[in-house]
Design a protein around this ligand. Sequence first.
Ligand code: AMP
Length: 118
Amino acid sequence: MSDTIFGKITRGEIPTEFLYEDDQCVVIRDIQPQAPTHVLIIPKKPIPKLVDADDADQALLGHLMLVAGRVATQLGVGDGFRLVVNNGEAGGQTVFHLHLHILAGRTMAEGELSQGMQ
Ligand code: AMP
């Protein structure tokens, strides 16, 4: 399985501030934020894309969602945020290590599903 920048980050090989960490995932700030609050929930297990996850990952995927809610609340955006998973190049994925984006801090346009939220 090919390594990615997120593999290096989750293993602590690239110094990065963790807003949250547990045995299954870390949360970091996105280096190119698309909204005033833009953080990434990254599992330590390097699943390349959401479609590569299988039944054995069910608890992990649920955990990532719960962490997203808790972290959003801790960051003060629990009342309104968007959770995004890009899957594959056509889905806008650029780092092939599964991750969830939390985007918040400005009004999310109704019907706008892209990460960029023009
Ligand atoms: P995606 O397009 O869904 O694969 O999202 C990848 C995200 O990772 C993009 O929003 C990038 O800005 C972000 N990113 C890439 N490298 C880093 C890094 N070293 N630290 C934090 N965020 C990063």
